[in-house]
Design a protein around this ligand. Structure first.
Ligand code: NAD
Ligand code: MG
Length: 390
């Protein structure tokens, strides 16, 4: 029996994880759940899954949960998130908080040598070098949940061994292209949050949905792939594949290209990461290959989707540059979702922030956290320049 902590239990990944765990109650026990808001939903999850520990954002939510009949031990804030991530009772941590808010508990889980199922790509993007070093040093079992990275992991004979030794030339990350794949820049200038979060293939939280529309999600995933698989950015090819049937590919030096295919349902990578090297039921029907129809592939347009270029530049610059891009993106996306700025200003805010901060080496966590804070402050100052016209 393995005890599982779910960081971000009320989110899209959190709920899919609970669905998978609930199919295997003989092997997994829901030990701790965390949520930032939506206390009624959290209370419902507590009644259903009976976790021993729960973490909320602030003390006022304790009374709310108690009133809703929650009997678990309730902890608060970042200290609480870290506590349920390093808890000696816990074997598995699902890192599914969105954004930089997930960094400290995810890193703590890695440092505690847990089996860490990584959905929270932002944590790795911010601290890549430190994060991977901690995973090696503390013998954490780091398993990618992001569908592309999970696909690549599945296409490797010997994950953990260097790509060179495995005979791998290149990784191919597929992207659906998002809801604005074929839209002109002029039309994107008028895109609303409702349009951006309506993803054609996947159902996800609002922030990653906007990232998919700007292609920043693919940019963050490029950085994520470089760290997870120890490859250079030029060894990662990004390909638009609108049908989202192939979740990513690995090219070997002997001419083989291996691909992982499946339905666009995150329960598949979650179950794979949970059970690896075993396979368990995920509640997902296998792909009906005859019903797939055609598959198409095209090069992404970095002129209409500058976020991809910005992420690539940040990875090439190294140090704190990815953390700066991530922080500015979080601020710009939040502003867009609140109708404070236009869709097309998101890359402008990120580029402006990157221009204004000197990149530092990122060997120390404090340096990364300072860069994150500084980037947020600058990005917030830039937002009013791009106010939405009404
Ligand atoms: P979501 O918005 O649906 O859920 C986010 C969760 O994090 C919620 O439980 C929320 O309460 C919690 N949270 C939000 N802000 C917080 C804060 N400041 N402190 C603590 N907790 C906070 O997001 P999601 O779509 O489930 O995505 C979660 C992560 O997984 C993201 O990093 C995303 O990039 C990654 N991911 C998601 C998908 C997907 O299909 N949804 C796919 C691949 C990767
Ligand atoms: Mg992905």
């Amino acid at each position: 029996m393995q005890n599982v902590t779910i960081l971000g239990a009320t989110g899209s990944i959190g709920l899919s994880t609970l669905d998978v765990l609930n199919r295997h109650t003989e092997h997994y026990c829901v030990y701790a759940l965390t949520a930032h808001s939506r206390m009624v939903e959290l209370a419902q999850l507590c009644h259903r899954y009976k976790p021993q520990r729960v973490v909320v954002a602030h003390a006022g939510q304790i009374a709310e949960l108690t009133k809703l009949g929650v009997l678990a031990d309730i902890l608060v804030g970042e200290a609480g998130l870290v506590e349920v991530s390093v808890d000696p009772e816990v074997q598995v941590v699902m890192a599914a908080i969105v954004g930089a808010a997930g960094l400290m508990p995810t890193l703590a889980a890695v440092q505690a040598g847990k089996r860490v199922l990584l959905a929270n790509k932002e944590a790795l993007v911010m601290t890549g070098e430190l994060f991977m070093h901690a995973a090696r040093e503390h013998k954490a079992i780091l398993l990618p949940v992001d569908s592309e990275h999970n696909a690549i992991f599945q296409c490797m004979d010997r994950p953990g061994v260097s790509v060179h030794e495995q005979g791998i030339n290149c990784l191919i990350l597929t992207a659906s292209g998002g809801p604005f794949r074929d839209m002109t820049w002029e039309d994107m200038e008028r895109a609303t949050p409702a349009m951006a979060i309506k993803h054609p293939r996947w159902s996800m939280g609002p922030k990653i949905s906007v990232d998919s529309a700007t292609l920043m999600n693919k940019g963050l995933e490029l950085i994520e792939a470089c760290w997870l698989f120890a490859v250079r950015p030029d060894q990662v090819q990004i390909v638009i594949h609108p049908e989202s049937i192939i979740h990513s590919m690995v090219q070997y030096r002997d001419g083989s290209t291996l691909a992982q295919l499946g339905r666009p349902d995150m329960r598949t990578p979650i179950a794979q990461a949970l059970a690896w090297p075993e396979r368990i039921q995920a509640g997902v029907e296998p792909l009906d290959i005859l019903a797939c129809g055609g598959m198409h592939f095209q090069t992404p347009d970095e002129t209409r989707f500058p976020c991809l270029r910005l992420a690539r530049q940040a990875m090439a610059a190294g140090g704190t540059a990815p953390a700066i891009v991530n922080a500015a993106n979080e601020v710009a996306v939040a502003a867009f979702l609140q109708n404070d700025t236009s869709f097309t200003s998101i890359p402008a805010i990120i580029a402006g922030t990157l221009d204004r901060i000197a990149v530092q080496p990122a060997h120390q966590l404090q340096v990364v956290l300072d860069a994150d804070r500084q980037a947020r402050a600058i990005a917030r100052e830039l937002v009013p320049r791009f106010e939405v016209e009404t």
